[in-house]
Design a binder for this molecule. Structure first.
Ligand SMILES: Cc1cc2nc3c(=O)[nH]c(=O)nc-3n(C[C@H](O)[C@H](O)[C@H](O)COP(=O)(O)OP(=O)(O)OC[C@H]3O[C@@H](n4cnc5c(N)ncnc54)[C@H](O)[C@@H]3O)c2cc1C
Length: 385
């Protein structure tokens, strides 16, 4: 067993960290304040080959592993979790769906410009009344000759207002329940397709989140992605990788929180001593560091299983559940170590806390992860998101 990253992985980590420190971190406060999505960063990420980390070179990607992807997520989220979340939705969800289910022609047409950063993608599963219970999808797609006609709306869609390419789930056969949900590619500019309300969020405010609205939206028959009725089944497979990325995203925030807390504790003096000398503060740092390491190991295990082609649904959910919850706890303790200074925007730790909470909600809540883990271990059937 080897717990070290390879030389290539260490270089990747260093490269992403340097990029994030130079181009992303200095602006994170302003983007958060303004709720501004920095599209230009995606162009730069594309130049670095980070918009299509896991996709083969023939589709404009970098051909890297899931472990590499986790490294990218961790380092980017350490600087700005909003930017990293937008990349996660673009890469693992939208592009991931096209890579998994798309025909050769669809991959060439849609995946390549996404992988190079020429285009931005979004992925629409969630609806007003279909969140954890995504099988309750109400958006419909009805075949009309050589076209599909889509009607409905999607809620909380990352990159909704900025994406060029959307993958959306819609019901094609209501009688078949979850097996009657199909996936479609819808391009920006298609008549009857628009972004709706932009959400005003607690955290990840540099990430665009909005509704998608489909009103008699006609798309060519060939925009069906994967087999008809397989949209939800494919979604579960896509989330297996997605959750490893979101776990690494949480880890990046946790890591940043631990770093600022450690440095603050060493510098802040009370009662004539650095607060780092007080055992109560040391205990917090020790527990935070232990959780960061435990999350890291769960993420690496899930990614390694995936990269070696082994079953990893339970392990992905364990990594996401643990890292997501740990990041909130660690950010909260980091804020406590900062005292009143943690509560004001002069220090980044309050942003880390706000951002971290999404890791317990997005791509399946913590409760849903527990269902996935328990059902996997108990061998119970039933498709849980
Ligand atoms: C910033 C942001 C970005 C997002 N990006 C995207 C995106 O790009 N694409 C997309 O499709 N979606 C996206 N989502 C949606 C996200 O995946 C959902 O919010 C999430 O799956 C939960 O659904 P919900 O909000 O409807 O909550 P609900 O499903 O209504 O859950 C409410 C509460 O009930 C609990 N609960 C529900 N069912 C059960 C159960 N069976 N057992 C126990 N507890 C249960 C939940 O855990 C939660 O605590 C995003 C959300 C946010 C906030």
């Amino acid at each position: 067993m080897n717990f070290d990253l390879s030389e290539e992985q260490q270089l990747l980590k260093k490269t992403v960290r340097e990029f994030a420190q130079a181009e992303v971190a200095p602006h994170a406060f302003a983007w958060d304040e303004a709720q501004d999505f920095p599209r230009q960063i995606f162009t730069k990420l594309g130049e670095l080959g980070l918009m299509g980390v896991c996709w083969p070179a023939e589709y404009g990607g970098s051909g890297m592993t899931t472990l590499d992807w986790a490294i990218v997520m961790e380092e980017l989220a350490r600087a700005d979790a909003g930017v990293a979340l937008s990349l996660a939705a673009h890469h693992s969800l939208c592009s991931g769906h096209i890579f998994l289910a798309g025909s050769e022609e669809q991959k060439k047409k849609y995946l390549t410009p996404l992988a190079t950063g020429e285009k931005v993608g979004c992925w629409g599963l969630t609806e007003n009344s279909a969140g954890s219970d995504a099988g309750g999808t109400k958006t419909t797609a009805v075949r009309d000759g050589a076209q599909w006609v889509l009607n409905g709306s999607k809620t909380f869609i990352t990159n909704g207002r900025v994406a060029d390419t959307a993958v959306v789930m819609a019901v094609t056969d209501k009688a078949k329940g979850k097996k009657g949900i199909s996936a479609f590619v819808v391009e920006r500019g298609t008549a009857g397709f628009r972004a709706g309300k932009k959400e005003n969020k607690l955290g990840v405010r540099s990430s665009d989140t909005s509704e998608l609205i489909l009103e008699d939206c006609r798309i060519p028959a060939e925009n069906l992605l994967g087999r008809e009725g397989n949209g939800f089944v494919d979604t579960l497979r896509i989330l297996d990788r997605g959750r490893i990325g979101i776990a690494a995203w949480s880890l990046g925030i946790a890591q940043a929180s631990l770093e600022v807390a450690t440095s603050y504790a060493l510098g802040r003096k009370q009662f004539g001593h650095a607060i780092a000398e007080f055992q109560a503060v040391q205990f917090k740092i020790a527990e935070m560091a232990m959780k960061v390491d435990a999350a890291q190991l769960l993420i690496w295990r899930a990614a390694s299983l995936r990269d070696s082609g082994r079953e990893h649904t339970v392990q992905s959910s364990m990594a996401k559940l643990f890292a997501g919850e740990a990041a909130v706890e660690i950010a909260l303790e980091a804020l406590q170590i900062h005292g009143g200074y943690g509560y004001v925007k002069e220090y980044p730790v309050e942003r880390y806390l706000r951002d971290s909470k999404l890791g317990t909600i997005g791509e399946g809540t913590s409760e849903v992860q527990k269902l996935v883990i328990a059902r996997g271990l108990l061998g119970l059937k039933g498709m849980v998101r």
